[in-house]
Design a protein around this ligand. Sequence first.
Ligand code: ADP
Ligand code: MG
Length: 697
Amino acid sequence: MDSNVSLNTPIRFLKGVGPERSRILAKLGLFTLGDLFHYFPRRYEDRQPVLSVSEARPSDEKICVRGQVSSRGLLRLRGGRSIFKVVLTDGTKSIFASWFNQPYLAKVFLPKSQVVFYGKADAEGKKTQLVHPEYEVIPPGVAREPIHSGRIVPIYPLTEELYQKTIRYLIYAVTRQFHSLIADPLPYSLRMRLDLGNAEGALMQIHFPKTFDNLKRAYKRLVFDEFFYLQMLVLTKRRQWQKENKEVTHKTGEESVGRLLDSLGFELTAGQKTAVNDIISDMKKTRPMNRLVQGDVGSGKTAVAAAALAFTAANGFQGVLMAPTEILAQQHYIQMTQALEPLGIRCGYLAQGQTADERANILDALERGTIHVAVGTHALIQGTVAFKRLGLAIIDEQHKFGVFQRALLKEKGQGRAPHFLLMTATPIPRTLAMTLYGDMDVSVIRELPKGRLPIKTFWVGENKREEIYGFIESYLKKGQQCYMICPLVDTRGTTSQKSALELRSRMQIRFPKQSVDVLHGRQKSDDKKRIMKQFKDGKIHILVSTVVIEVGIDVPNANLMIIENAERFGLSQLHQLRGRVGRGSEESFCILFSDTVSPETAERLGAFEEMTSGFEIAEKDLELRGAGEITGQKQHGFPELRIGDLVKDFEILESARREAGAILETDPFLTAPEHRKIRQALQDRFTLQDKPLAALA
Ligand code: ADP
Ligand code: MG
């Protein structure tokens, strides 16, 4: 083998790969030999038993037949159509294979050539016939095994211009010729302990497995690798963050937190207490906190945030709380003001809709340090915002923010790295939390405050609409309020969607004695505020809304939620919406309207009727939709998984995380001889991966 060849060698240096083909492969992200090794099959077909011609029988399953071409013929039909037929024999018997409109096959099947067919066999008179089988011609005089038949055959993801056989052959050639280039970065002892095969074997067997057991083993090894390097990356980032600064250590302040909690009028749940204690102990350390508080909707994360803010203020630092929508930020501002001002902690509010004067005043106060806690939207991360002494940054409902905003908020510490807290109501399945937030410590609030009743959930069709309206009527008579959610603001282009505006008019007509209003994303922020306030004050009885109320709104007297076109929402989103009700001790209801005919949607809505726990729902959502959609991982720059599956493979993920952590614990910079290859592999994966050509040039 040419000693200049490496895994970084461009594919175009391979025999049979010209500029055109390398262009097509580049579209699939395939530039180098290494890329081909890591271009994993989408699935496999078992084409193992190869029958002789006399063994071939008509059957429902596809079969593989090997024999010699004894004769062939092209039959031209009218209109330029044609049938090409081949007779295949094993000396005693013969079968046919036929193809329509592929006259060029006459050049492929020469008399006496050895071929393997793969396809469905029908009875044609007394003969067996294969219609449009896949084929492989075994070149004469070459003792090579078949690639496309007679084995467990890999099926690769394709683009339009690429044939399955082309990519399969290419990968076959590369795995046979260059497998010895594959080094194994993992220490032998680790592989033995975890019973992982070696990298070279795994990368050969994942493409052309000898047996399904081999395939399983190869898969395990490669999934381990994928998770292992990801965890290495994530854990390394975490260490960097913790190194960054030591100036924000908090010393005292428990007394202040205690006073705050006493004033709340309820006792914290066990989960809330643990979260508060975790946060306080983090903030007293010399390195900045980096913590995720994960709790189902209604679990009381706001109180936890208030405690953290009180603690930072008691230590002479400022705190900031950022929320994804103005409505939510506004609500937080009101709550924080109520909770914190009695302790002498001054709060300020910052959002887009403010006048220049208002804004200037707040900015000035933040810079001078006369405002201790700033609550707002992403207006908080604009360049002009500066703090005197930022000690704590909190992001609520963080799924709406990307890592970029996260970083910007941290920078507001100006040289100091503030303590950092993320709060999310979207329950993140454990596997995802480990992968996405592996760089964070996690506190989970598992329980809801005592006395909450489960939300009764019903999925109904249009035919039940009048009945449901009757129910709403009797419900409102009790002096309670109701939300109605619909997916779009208006009907432009999508007549099937019930728009919020249209629905508002309809509801007002149907319920003339009630006050009905509407809330949607295109309103001015003053209008939104006013409407939310009226709803909170009980002056609006039916609030028709788009998903702007998806997160965080807290109106204890509203315990009925109607969701229109429920098929348009994902599970987690439905759960978020439903979480707006059932906050007090009143019995609460969620009614989904949908006439869906799709089995998948029916499964989703059916599951939602039954499930109450956010964690359970998130697992199901992950199963139904895949991880990418839930996390928006592409947007967030999270590397896409190539082979591992967060749900199916979470045990491997756990062990990968453990091992990565153990190695970094003793050798944080991976400088020990036995870890150097791991460091190299890590760099290859996360820096070279996407621009290998540039790196080689
Ligand atoms: P989320 O976790 O969804 O942000 P909130 O913080 O908005 O939840 O709390 C939901 C409601 O529960 C609020 O009305 C809040 O006052 C109330 N609450 C929070 N913690 C408790 C508790 N320990 N006991 C009783 N009610 C609580
Ligand atoms: Mg909240």
